[in-house]
Design a protein around this ligand. Sequence first.
Ligand code: FRU
Length: 478
Amino acid sequence: MTDREQELRRLAAESTAEKKDLAASDPHRQRYHQMPTAGLLNDPNGWVQWKGTYHLFFQWNPFQPDHSQKFWGHWTSKDLVHWTEHEPALVPSEWYEKNGCYSGSGFEKDGKLHLLYTGNVKDAEGNRESYQCLAVSTDGRTFEKQGPVVNTLPAGYTAHFRDPKVWEEDGTYYFVIGAQTEQETGQVLLYRSEDAHTWTFAGPLAGSHLNGLGAFGYMWECPDAFHLNGTDVLVVSPQGLDSEGNRFQNVYQAGYFLGTIDKEMPSFDHGAFHELDEGFDFYAPQTTEDELGRRILVGWMGVPDSDEAYQPTVAYEWVHCMTIPRELQVTNGRLIQRPVDELKTLRSGDPLEMRMQLSFGQEIAVTPAAEIDIDCSAANRIELELRSEMTLSWDKDTGELTLQRPSFRDGSTETRSCTVPELHHLQLFLDHSSVEVFVNGGEAVLTSRYFPHPQHNVVAAGGDGTVVWTSWELRKEE
Ligand code: FRU
């Protein structure tokens, strides 16, 4: 380990030790979502099950709740519910990553856990360089850096070239990577390799003005390509889309295309772009296939450049968390996302079960961490006020499902909506400062942070028609 690495590790450990009690005292600390001990978390990285253990890494600034530094934090889990934090896997100590160990992926090769990530370098004028770097571990704890394995930009592209996501197929390794052309259009490029060390640029796979797609943003971040239920899927986070009605309401989007990838050309014959999440806070998701053959997605419950400095947790020296893990399926040309089954083990005690006449209006006591399952098939209109801070409403006449919360910046009401012509089912995961709403068994998801008063623990339900309500407190037994 270099002196610089030792120094950065020591500083990070000191800073975390100093801030962790303050962070832990925050009433908005989550109960069952993954969050940093202190500092800022953004993208999930290196998401993989290796030798039976899930490894989830994350973009982490251990020093303060802003983006000034990027380490890779590291958690492991056997069951997707209980997680152990480890020493940071990567710290930005070397010349090729001095301004951040940016996002990347994890994969197995020769029995070893490999990480391919972007080394971000900026000079005094803010000029950027990007290196795709390899680090290898035999114990799943310490990572030996092998330095850049891709150190040149392909011709015609800017240095916005990052977030490689690797997979192996029939003995060949591939990665997709986010890129920007010199004309400032967003693309995903494909690379291939026989040994995961020497990589060849195969060409652009998809992007703005490719495969029949029109103008579609100035940069595509965090791509992920995989095969699921007979189709190819490209998940990507494009930047620079203008909002169109309900669509693209956040400053940056995260979504997917379905179709057929031709790795030789390369090209991707794909359909329309669909957002993965209709809530306020979701970006840069990453998936992995686990040993049970499930395709599991984890996302960052945040969006870049979105009022994060106004989140009340910043005063407690931390900000952001991950979503719960979601299992993906492709059904009828759409990705369906469902909370992984393991989360049922969080249900504590007997459920509260009742049939409710919505027109009477009703207040139901909930715990700040709860799962609420609502059969809505006999409702025409439903309005749920969650802990006096957020409303979720649906109206059969408009076919709109709407989420509203006070903005973190100035308290004015913010809205996100999506079209749900028929609503049969809602599944809500509440934690101390987040809500994840799964609609109709995962046809749509709305993910958002909110910061209710810790003593406000009521859901007020109103509307027209009846619903069947089942709720559980969620608790993590250590
Ligand atoms: C997405 C992103 C990535 C980058 C990382 C840096 O949120 O901007 O493109 O690798 O965050 O933290």
